[in-house]
Design a protein. Structure first.
Lengths: 341, 511
C-alpha cells in the first residue's frame, strides 16, 4: 500500500488516541463543579485524572508532530489557516496544565477556587473548538493555488462547524461523566452516574444530527458504516448508563469517538484539506505528503515506538485503577504565601 | 511593523521564555534522580528529604515548561508555514520522534512518580524518576538535531519540482556534527543551571541553619552561666536537631555539579566555536565585530561605536590579541575572515543581499553568554572551600553569592540561544558551505502568507501577557517552596505492601 495512505490512517489513529484520552480529561475538567460539588469532592474528580492527563495530552503533540513530518503542507496550511481558533486552544492548554499543577500548591481557598475555574474554562474551550476545527476541515475551506488559506476568521464560524463543536463538547461531557462514574466512589460517584444519564442522550442527539448532515453533504457511501457504528455505540452508551454498566458505557463511548474519526477522515479521503475555491487546489494525500524516504523512516519509528508507548501508558492506568472517594484525599499541605513565624 | 517582524519577536519571546524553564528541568531531573537513588541505596532519610524538597521545585518548574512547550510545536505551522513547507520533509521527523520517544516517556513516568510514592515498590518508583530524567534529556537531543539542521543542513537535497528540501539520509540528520557538539553544550549548560540552583538554595539553608544553631548554643551557654541546670537541660532537649549537615551535603552536591558542568561548557563551547567558524563564518565574524580579514585576530572585551552602522566606526577598547584566531582554529596566528570579505563571498554564492547579522545583538550576547557562564564557577569553588572537611558555613557573604548566582547560568543560556539564532540571520536555514548550495532559506520567506499583521500582533500580545502572569505565579511558588525548606518525611509510609489495608489508606499525595 502507498505509504502516504498508511500515514493518513496513522494520523487518524493518533487523533483518535488524543480525542479518546483527553476527551474524558476535558469532560472531568468541565464537570468538576456539578459532579464534585464540595471542595473535597472537586478534588476527587481532579485526582482521577491527576496521574494521567499529561500523558494523554502528548497524543496531541504526537499527532501534530506526525502531521508536520508526514504531511508538511497539511500542517502548514491548517495551522496558519485556523490561526485564531488554534491560538485559543493553545492558550487553554497552557493555562490548564499550569492550573492543574498549581491549584493545590498553596493552602488558600481563594487561590484554589481561582485555579479551579481556570481548569473548568480551559477544559470547555478546546472541547468545543476541536469540533469546530474538524467540522471545518470536512466542510472544506477557501484555499488558493499556493495552498494558502484565504478565508479569514469568520469563515470558520458557520452552523455546520459550530454544531461540530457541540458534538465534541457533549461527547466529551458524557465521556467524562462515565469516566468519573467508573473511577470514583461515594457521593461523587452517585452524582457522576446521574450526570452520565442526563448527558448521554444529549451527545447522541447532537452527534446524530451532525453525522447525518456530514454524511449527506460531504461524504461518500462507505462512511455510512462509520455513522452506523457511532450511532449504535451512542445508543448503547445510553442503555448501559441506564443499567448502571459504566465500564461498558465507557467502552461504547470510545467506539463512538473512533466512529466519528473514521467518518471525518473517510469523508476527506483522498483529500486531506478540501478547497472550496477550486477542487484543483485541494490538499490531497499525494500532494501534501513527504517523500517516500521520510515516510519509510517515520513508519519504522512508529512501528517500534507506538506499541511501547501503549504498553507503559496502559500500565499507568492499571497502577491507578482504584476508585477515589472523599476519604482518600489527604490533608492539604499547609503552605500559604504568608511568612511562617 | 510587518507580520514578519512580529512573528520573529513572538518566536523570540516564546522560545527564550520556554528555555528559561527547560534547562532547569533537564538538569534537576537527573539531580533529583541521583538524590533518590542515594536514598534507596543508603536508606538515609536525609536524601529522601532532599528528594522531596527539590522534587517539588522540579514539578513547579516542569508544569510551566510543558505548557509553554506546546506552543513551540505548533507555531512553526502558525507563524512560519512557508518555512514548514520548505523544511517539513526533513525537520518534521526529529520533531515527531521527540514526541514519540521523549514526550510520552517524560509525561507518563512523571505522573507515575508524583502519584506513585505509596503505590509502587521503591525501586520501581525510582526507575520512574530515571525514565522521566532520560525522557527530558532525550527530548533535548531531538530538538537540537532539528535546530542544528537549520544551522547546518545535511542529509537532504533540494527538489526543484517541489521547491523544498527533501531528506535522503536520516542518520546524517541525527548525527549532524553540529548536533553532536551543540547537544553536550546545551546539556552541560542545563547541569550548570541545575547545579547552581541546588547549590544556591542549599547554601541559603545551610547558612541559615548554622546561624540558628550557633545562636541557640550561645543561648544555652548563657543559661548554663546562670546555674539553672534544669532549664539548660530542658533547652538542650527541645532544641531541634540542626539540618545544616543535610544542606551542606546538598550544597556540595550542587557545587560539584557546577564545576564539572563549567568545564564541560567551556570545552564543548570551544569545539562548537571552531565548528561555527567553518559552518557559519559570518556569525563568528559578527560575534567579534571583525570588519576586515585579519591574522592574529584579537578578542575584544569592550567595544564602542555604532555596531550596526559603518563597520569602520567600531572601536575595540580592551582586546586580547590573537584570541579570536585561537577560538577559530586553535592557533593565535590563524587568519579569520572579516565581515566585508564574507559579504562579498555570500553575495557571489547566494545572490544579492545583506548577509550581516545584527552586530550589536550578536556581539554582546556572545560576551554575556561567556561572562555569565564563567562567573558561576568561582562561586562553586568558594562553596566547596568553605564546606571542606565537614565544615558548615554561616558566612552571609557566601549565602548572598550563592543565591545571586542562581540566575546567572539561566541568563547565560538565554544569551547563548539569542546569539546562535540572531547570528544565523538573515537566514532561517543557513546554507551549508560544503553541502547543497540550494538548501537555504531567508527568514523573510519563511513567514506565513495566510496570517495577517493583526493576527500575529494579537497572538504575540496575548502570549506575552499570559506568560508574564504565569511567570509571576511560577516565581512566587519557587521562592515560597524554597523558603519552606526540606519537609520532614516519615519514610515508613513509602513501604508498599501487598495487603488490602494498604490500598485503602488515603493517597500520600493529591492535587
Amino acid at each position: 500500500m502507498d505509504l502516504a495512505i498508511v500515514w493518513f490512517i496513522l494520523i487518524a489513529v493518533l487523533w483518535t488516541g488524543y480525542l479518546v484520552l483527553e476527551g474524558f480529561d476535558f469532560g472531568v475538567g468541565m464537570l468538576m463543579r456539578p459532579i464534585g460539588k464540595t471542595p473535597q469532592g472537586r478534588r476527587v474528580t481532579l485526582n482521577t485524572i491527576g496521574p494521567l492527563w499529561d500523558g494523554n495530552e502528548v497524543w496531541l503533540l504526537t499527532a501534530g508532530g506526525a502531521m508536520f513530518a508526514a504531511f508538511p503542507e497539511w500542517y502548514a496550511t491548517l495551522f496558519s489557516g485556523f490561526y485564531l481558533p488554534l491560538l485559543l486552544i493553545l492558550l487553554a492548554l497552557i493555562v490548564r496544565a499550569v492550573a492543574i499543577e498549581y491549584k493545590s500548591k498553596i493552602n488558600d481557598l481563594a487561590w484554589r477556587t481561582r485555579w479551579e475555574w481556570a481548569i473548568i474554562i480551559s477544559s470547555f474551550v478546546p472541547a468545543f473548538l476541536w469540533g469546530v476545527a474538524f467540522a471545518n476541515i470536512v466542510r472544506g475551506v477557501p484555499i488558493n493555488e499556493d495552498f494558502t488559506y484565504t478565508g479569514g476568521f469568520f469563515n470558520l464560524l458557520n452552523v455546520f462547524a459550530l454544531l461540530g463543536g457541540v458534538v465534541t463538547l457533549t461527547l466529551f461531557l458524557t465521556h467524562g461523566a462515565v469516566f468519573l462514574a467508573l473511577k470514583t466512589d461515594g457521593e461523587v460517584r452517585e452524582r457522576a452516574e446521574a450526570w452520565a444519564l442526563r448527558l448521554a442522550p444529549l451527545s447522541l442527539a447532537a452527534a446524530a444530527v451532525w453525522a447525518v448532515w456530514a454524511q449527506l453533504a460531504y461524504s461518500t457511501a462507505w462512511t455510512w458504516a462509520a455513522v452506523a457504528v457511532a450511532a449504535v455505540s451512542l445508543v448503547l452508551v445510553w442503555v448501559f448508563t441506564m443499567r448502571g454498566r459504566f465500564g461498558r458505557a465507557f467502552a461504547a463511548n470510545c467506539v463512538a469517538i473512533v466512529g466519528a474519526v473514521v467518518l471525518i477522515f473517510g469523508s476527506l479521503f483522498p483529500d486531506v484539506m478540501p478547497s472550496t475555491t477550486d477542487p484543483a487546489f485541494s490538499l490531497t494525500v499525494d500532494n501534501a505528503s513527504s517523500t517516500d524516504y521520510t515516510l519509510t523512516v517515520m513508519t519504522w519509528v512508529a512501528v517500534v515506538l507506538v506499541p511501547v508507548v501503549l504498553l507503559y501508558q496502559a500500565w499507568t492506568y492499571w497502577v491507578f485503577r482504584r476508585r477515589l472517594s472523599v476519604d482518600d484525599m489527604p490533608e492539604h499541605n499547609e503552605l500559604t504565601f504568608l511568612k511562617k513565624k | 511593523m510587518e507580520a514578519l517582524e512580529l512573528a520573529r519577536w513572538q518566536f523570540g519571546i516564546t522560545t527564550v521564555y520556554h528555555f528559561i524553564l527547560v534547562p532547569l528541568t533537564i538538569g534537576l531531573s537527573v539531580l533529583v534522580a541521583i538524590m533518590q537513588t542515594a536514598w534507596v541505596r543508603t536508606g538515609n532519610d536525609r536524601w529522601l528529604r532532599l528528594t522531596k524538597f527539590f522534587g517539588k521545585l522540579l514539578l513547579i518548574n516542569f508544569a510551566l515548561g510543558v505548557a509553554t512547550g506546546i506552543v513551540q510545536e505548533f507555531q512553526f505551522g502558525m507563524n512560519w508555514s512557508e518555512y514548514s513547507r520548505f523544511v517539513g520533509d526533513v525537520f518534521g521527523a526529529p520533531l515527531a520522534m521527540e514526541a514519540l520517544a521523549a514526550f510520552f516517556l517524560e509525561s507518563t513516568f512523571l505522573g507515575l512518580w508524583i502519584f506513585g510514592w505509596d503505590r509502587l515498590p521503591k525501586k520501581v518508583h525510582l526507575a520512574c524518576m530515571w525514565a522521566f530524567a532520560i525522557g527530558t534529556n532525550l527530548s533535548a537531543y531531538f530538538i537540537i538535531a532539528a535546530n542544528s539542521w537549520m544551522q547546518h543542513p545535511v542529509g537532504a537535497e533540494f527538489n526543484p519540482e517541489t521547491g523544498r528540501a527533501e531528506m535522503n539520509d536520516i542518520w546524517a540528520v541525527l548525527t549532524n556534527n553540529t548536533t553532536l557538539v551543540a547537544f553536550p553544550h546545551v546539556i552541560a549548560t542545563a547541569f550548570l543551571v541545575a547545579g547552581a540552583f541546588v547549590c544556591g538554595v542549599a547554601v541559603y539553608w545551610m547558612v541559615k541553619e548554622t546561624k540558628a544553631e550557633r545562636l541557640s548554643t550561645v543561648g544555652a551557654n548563657v543559661a548554663d552561666g546562670a546555674d539553672t541546670v534544669a532549664d539548660s537541660s530542658a533547652d538542650a532537649g527541645t532544641s531541634p536537631r540542626s539540618d545544616a549537615p543535610m544542606y551542606r551535603t546538598a550544597a556540595r552536591f550542587g557545587a560539584v555539579t557546577m564545576l564539572i558542568a563549567s568545564v564541560a561548557v567551556i570545552v564543548t563551547g570551544d569545539i562548537q566555536a571552531k565548528l561555527m567558524f567553518e559552518q557559519q563564518p559570518i556569525k563568528m565574524a559578527a560575534a567579534e565585530g571583525l570588519c576586515e580579514t585579519e591574522t592574529n585576530a584579537p578578542f575584544s572585551l569592550l567595544t564602542i561605536g555604532d555596531l550596526n552602522g559603518d563597520c569602520d566606526s567600531v572601536r575595540h577598547i580592551i582586546a586580547i590579541p590573537g584570541l579570536t584566531s585561537y577560538l577559530a582554529e586553535g592557533d593565535f596566528d590563524a587568519e579569520v575572515r572579516g565581515l566585508n570579505e564574507l559579504q562579498v563571498y555570500y553575495t557571489e554564492r547566494y545572490g544579492e543581499g545583506d548577509y550581516q547579522p545584527n552586530l550589536a545583538v550578536t556581539y554582546w550576547s556572545f560576551r554575556f553568554m561567556i561572562g555569565l557562564g564563567m562567573f558561576s564557577g568561582a562561586v562553586a569553588l568558594a562553596t566547596l572551600w568553605l564546606t571542606r572537611r565537614g565544615r558548615v558555613s554561616d558566612s552571609t557573604w557566601l549565602r548572598r553569592a550563592a543565591v545571586y548566582t542562581i540566575p546567572t547560568p539561566f541568563l547565560a543560556g538565554s544569551f547563548g540561544w539569542i546569539f546562535t539564532e540572531m547570528g544565523r540571520q538573515p537566514f532561517v536555514v543557513a546554507p551549508n558551505p560544503t553541502g547543497s548550495d540550494q538548501i537555504f532559506l531567508m527568514t523573510m520567506f519563511g513567514v506565513s502568507e495566510a496570517v495577517s499583521v493583526w493576527e500575529v500582533a494579537t497572538s504575540m500580545t496575548i502570549f506575552t501577557i499570559v506568560y508574564a502572569v504565569l511567570g509571576v505565579f511560577w516565581y512566587r511558588l519557587m521562592v515560597r517552596y524554597s523558603a519552606e525548606g526540606a519537609p520532614q518525611v516519615d519514610s515508613a509510609q513509602f513501604d508498599v505492601g501487598d495487603d488490602d489495608d494498604d490500598a485503602r489508606r488515603p493517597m500520600s499525595f493529591a492535587y
